[in-house]
Ligand binder design. Structure first.
Ligand code: THU
Length: 160
């Protein structure tokens, strides 16, 4: 028997410790929660991506009465960024969420599995690491690359 131990590195910041660019991106993700369409879950998620040229693109979760037809904030944002700016790598993606009482989550918002998979593909198509900032009022998690959110992941190399 062999054992494989995978390690992930997460840095935890107070908002005041972030640099101005990261604070701006987190603010854009928070602001995007205001444009969420979440009449069913009342859970409003926002995401903001900073592209290599400095452009910021943001998006929010968009729900539907046919529940599976809705889409998470992260994928709304990444699909838009990649369709509008296909040649621009995404340097950093910030994510924020508010609960059904309108309060930002205390703990950093963990992206769902499907969004992690799309984040991974976005990172690999541009062949450059995408930093991830997960906002919580009691701390902001910083991951240097998407692989840290999805260890042992499936990607195109598995099909070679
Ligand atoms: N949601 C996101 O937008 N991102 C996530 O990573 C987790 C979940 C949305 C989907 C749905 O509109 C609501 O939050 C409740 O699941």
């Amino acid at each position: 028997m062999k054992e494989l131990n995978l390690q992930i590195d997460i840095r935890i910041y107070d908002e005041a410790e972030l640099d101005a660019a990261d604070r701006q991106l987190v603010a854009a993700a928070c602001e995007a929660t205001q444009r969420s369409y979440a009449p069913y879950s009342h859970f409003s998620v926002g995401a903001a991506a900073r592209l290599a040229d400095g452009t910021i693109v943001s998006g929010s979760n968009q729900e539907n009465a046919a529940y599976p037809s809705g889409l998470c904030a992260e994928r709304t944002t990444l699909f838009y960024a990649n369709s509008r700016y296909p040649d621009q790598p995404i340097r950093t993606l910030a994510i924020a969420a508010r609960n059904d009482r309108g309060e930002y989550l205390k703990a950093p918002i963990p992206p769902c599995g499907a969004c992690r998979q799309v984040m991974l593909e976005t990172e690999s198509r541009h062949a450059t690491p995408m930093r991830v900032l997960l906002y919580g009022t009691e701390g902001i998690y910083e991951l240097q690359k998407v692989g840290d959110l999805l260890p042992l992941s499936f990607d195109a190399t598995a099909m070679e």
